[in-house]
Design a protein around this ligand. Structure first.
Ligand code: FES
Length: 922
């Protein structure tokens, strides 16, 4: 380890069977020593030193232990075994079991869980699902919903007892709407004959490497002569930075440089939609939220950099923060940004979304039933397990200073442009290399530390790597928007919807990020999947000094549809029918208008089919709730969107498949590979899928549930060309050829614009869901049935994985997750206090996949990334009402018996029903 000039203490232990001497700095954790001194990468740092995520689990003297909680000086003479050191047969069996059962998505949490699994199997405790779930108490997974992780551990245990032989089929079954007479298209039910073709549950591409911790994340990467960065966040959400004292930090051992705003050569503002967030807040400027950074320390080691960062002192003039989005709009409210900075109307982000159809007032006057209610939703932390990390390698070419940026962003285009701007160099001099991402859920769209790290590398002429601590990560990145949704909805005597007025206010936090667009998406989804002939919608995003809000799985549709599903339940009660009947009367059919006026095509039949699929389950349950959901696929709203794929035939012969969208655990590379298998009949074993920067520049960000739909449409085009050549020549004679597939659409308009008046198609397409939540006699959630129209199940297991993970996130949203702040300061940054549903509290989740192919895309696949959690909260609210008769209008519903919030009661806000929440009698 490179370090200070001081003589460092050393510790001696056995590591994976090898006698090891490791040096360390006083105050370091064993995890840091293993990763920085011993070359171990399977033990991941997800929350050090909190000990909540389980990603750093190793065996110490034969017992599982969190290495982030152990001090190196305690390890003298001990025996440490990491995942790398487990017996090869154990690694193979458990790793293969995770792939078979679909227990791995982004893969960041899995190496630690594999260590746990090996211990459970060795101790004969892998046969009891409840015991496994309890043992997973020390682990967090944000992707899977845990069910398949438990499956994998059980299967691995059985295989170990069976001489290492894994079964041919996984234990979990998902359904295809057989109960309602749906059957799969035979052309796609068997992968076109290919074991890896479309419609087959092919193994996740690279799944074994992910499970064994061999897939490198950015934090696992290194470069010669690499330095390390550590960030200094603001201490106050709204304060004038008077003086930044860096002398003490600069004098500390190992410190190479301290950077502040004065070091930035270009404009400091970053942000995908508005460059309003500075990479560093300068002396004399005012912070806007706790996401702000004031300085960065670069040192020889990450430990020294963090220690020095903690010694940077800042003098602040603390100012009164703006914390209420509704109050922030009132005349005389404190302005978060100066009014002349970017927007003409202070605190109100532009553009505001507003559109109308028909005559809402006349329809309300004629309505037999009117529901007028306000819903309030909470801020939610995305809690991806991999904290933000970035490695930048500078390169001088003549007079040009270039940088190569390794990051786990959701796309490269905006990163490249923004970093170039900050560094005041040409975009072509910034090369983005996207690495595997340990989860993102939308919250890795904006820059985090890439520009600052690139600046450090540029100034110092050496590679620099920065990794945020869990607390810094949580403090910095965006949350799901808290929204207030006021609805006035009219219906006829039978409950057919006639009109809807929606007024939405979203708390954007300190910076714009994607807030105006998220408010737009909430507006578009404000009617849910229901036919409403008269619509009047206005949706605003508002600056406050609360933690930043931005993109998170569902992107505004969750909030809007929690409100609309609540209205549907109230309406059902007024009409005297159940939740299923009221929805069946109103769901969109072909030819109906979406909220924005878009005419729904034939593929909307998936909405009604998902309702049909859960009818018997819902009707026969005692305490139950039902929620319907619709989620746009793609950005729409006037954006040109496409998929771009190249297939290169290389020596072997092998295929190099390049995709411009990135893999974050959603399985996009697997589906792309399956497309090529489907069209060419070539074996998957000769194919490799990777991200490509040139194609990435064309695709843009991997967001809005569009990547797989558009990628596979493009891959189909490229693979068809290859298949045509294969008719005349064998593959080895095609070495050197490249096949290009591009699938580009420019068919949408933004509501409220002149273009929209002529063309009401605001979205490429949609996916649909109905979820039923069932409670037991104690009011606890015992089962969730999730019926989802995915258009085409390109890989049924991957589709089901997305839905199960979505339900897990949706249950947390409904019952326990609440990222609260006081005066703009988060009440807790602890991972364990976010209210994420633990494995032992997850109910049974049954997934029903429905295939009503879409008109868009190569095989008719609809987006699956976000829809999984859209309808859950509404269904939970209905179930709770059926249990105790309380109508809940505020998220999370953590007063319910089913709720197990993690935030201590003293720090939990009380449930407050808004004063204007009322049901107007008919
Ligand atoms: Fe568990 Fe992503 S697979 S956090």
């Amino acid at each position: 380890m490179r370090s200070s000039n001081l003589i460092m203490p050393t510790v001696h232990f056995t590591l994976n069977g090898v006698a090891t001497e490791a040096s360390y700095e006083s105050g370091m954790r064993l995890l840091e020593v293993l990763r920085e001194s011993c070359g171990i990468v399977s033990a991941k740092d997800g929350c050090s030193p909190e000990g909540a995520c389980g990603c750093c689990l190793v065996n110490i003297d034969g017992r599982p232990a969190l290495s982030c909680l152990r001090k190196p000086e305690q390890m003298e003479g001990h025996d440490i075994v990491t995942l790398e050191g487990l017996p090869e047969e154990t690694r193979r069996v458990i790793g293969d079991a995770f792939v078979l059962e679909g227990g791995v998505q982004c893969g960041f949490c899995i190496p630690g869980i594999v260590v746990r699994a090996a211990s459970l199997i060795e101790r004969g405790k892998s046969g009891d699902r409840d015991a496994i779930a309890k043992a997973l108490d020390g682990h967090l997974c944000r992707c899977t919903g845990y069910g398949r992780i438990i499956d994998a551990i059980q299967t691995a245990g059985e295989a170990t007892a069976n001489g290492g032989q894994l079964p041919d089929v996984p234990r979990r079954h998902h359904f295809f709407g057989e109960d309602i007479g749906l059957s799969r298209d035979p052309a796609f039910a068997n992968g076109g004959g290919s074991p890896h073709g479309i419609g087959r549950s092919a193994p996740r591409h690279g799944g074994l490497e992910q499970s064994l911790g061999e897939k490198p994340f950015v934090a696992d990467m290194a470069a010669p002569e690499m330095l390390h960065g550590a960030m200094v966040p603001t201490a106050h959400p709204r304060a004038r930075v008077l003086k930044i004292h860096t002398a003490a930090a600069r004098a500390m051992p190992g410190v190479v440089r301290v950077l502040t705003a004065a070091d930035v050569p270009g404009p400091r503002g970053t942000g995908i939609n508005s460059p309003d967030q500075p990479v560093f807040v300068a002396e004399g400027e005012v912070t806007c939220c706790v996401a702000d950074f004031v300085a960065m320390v670069v040192a020889d080691t990450p430990f020294l950099a963090r220690q020095a960062a903690a010694s940077v002192q800042v003098d602040y003039e603390v100012l009164e923060p703006v914390t209420d989005a509704v109050e922030a709009l009132k005349p005389g409210a404190i302005q978060v940004h100066s009014a002349d900075t970017y927007f003409p109307t202070p605190n109100l982000l532009e553009p505001v979304t507003a559109f109308t159809r028909g005559d809402v007032d006349a329809a309300l006057d004629a309505a037999a039933h009117v529901v007028e209610t306000t819903f309030v939703t909470s801020a939610v932390e995305p809690a991806f397990l991999e904290p933000e990390a970035c490695l930048v390698v500078p390169r001088r070419e003549g007079v040009r200073q270039r940088v190569r940026v390794h990051a786990e962003s959701q796309g490269s285009v905006y990163d490249q442009q923004q970093i170039a701007r900050v560094l005041d160099i040409e975009p072509n001099d910034v090369e983005i290399v996207l690495a595997a991402s340990g989860g993102a859920f939308g919250a890795k769209e904006e820059l985090s530390i890439q520009a600052q790290t690139a600046l450090a590398a540029q100034l110092l002429g050496r590679p620099v790597k920065t990794v945020l601590t869990r607390e810094q990560s949580t403090q910095h990145h965006v949350k799901r928007h808290p929204m207030t949704v006021a609805l006035t909805v009219g219906a006829d005597a039978e409950g057919h919807l006639l009109s809807l007025r929606s007024r939405i206010v979203a708390d954007a936090g300190g910076y714009h990020t994607t807030s105006a667009k998220c408010a737009l998406r909430a507006a578009c989804h404000s009617c849910g999947p229901y036919r409403v002939p008269n619509v009047d919608v206005e949706s605003k995003a508002v600056y406050t000094n609360n933690p930043n809000s931005g993109a998170m799985r569902g992107f505004g549709s969750n909030q809007a549809q929690f409100a609309m599903e609540g209205v549907m339940d109230i309406l059902a009660q007024k009409v005297g029918v159940d939740g299923w009947d009221i929805r069946m009367r109103n769901v969109l059919d072909p030819g109906d208008e979406f909220a924005t006026g878009q005419i729904m095509r034939g593929s909307v039949r998936g909405m009604r089919a998902s309702l049909e699929a859960v009818k018997d389950i819902y009707k026969s349950a005692r305490y139950k709730g039902i929620g319907c959901g619709i989620k746009s696929t793609g950005l729409g709203n006037g954006t040109t969107e496409g998929g771009y794929i190249t297939i290169r035939v290389v020596e072997g012969p092998r295929l190099e498949i390049r995709n411009g969208y990135t893999e974050m655990g959603q399985g996009i590379f697997t589906a792309t590979l399956q497309t090529v298998c489907q069209e060419t009949d070539l074996p998957a074993g000769i194919m490799q899928v990777t991200w490509d920067k040139d194609l990435g520049n064309k695709c843009g960000e991997t967001w809005a549930s569009r990547g797989t739909t558009l990628s596979c449409a493009a891959a189909k085009i490229a693979a068809e060309k290859l298949a045509a050549d294969l008719k005349d020549q064998p593959l080895d004679q095609l070495v050197g050829r490249e096949y290009v597939g591009e699938y580009v659409l420019n068919v949408t308009t933004r509501p409220g614009t002149p273009e929209w008046v002529k063309n009401k198609d605001t979205h490429l397409t949609f996916s649909y869901s109905t979820q039923v939540v069932i409670l037991d006699d104690q009011g606890l959630v015992t089962r969730v049935v999730a019926a989802h129209d995915v258009g085409r199940a390109l890989n049924p297991r991957l589709c089901a994985e997305q839905m199960e993970g979505g339900v897990h996130m949706g249950l947390g949203y409904a019952l326990s997750e609440n990222f609260t702040s006081t005066g703009g300061v988060p009440d807790s940054l602890a991972l364990r206090e976010l209210g994420i549903v633990a494995a032992k509290h997850m109910p049974k989740v049954d997934v029903i996949l429905i295939e009503i192919p879409d008109e868009v895309g190569g095989y008719g696949a609809k987006g699956v990334g976000e829809i999984g959690c859209v309808s859950t909260a509404g269904a939970v609210a209905g179930a709770l009402h059926s249990f105790d008769g309380i109508r809940r209008l505020t998220l999370p519903m953590d007063d319910a018996p089913a709720a197990r919030p993690s935030l201590p009661k003293s720090r939990r806000p009380s449930i407050a029903v808004p004063a204007d929440a009322r049901v107007v009698p008919a």
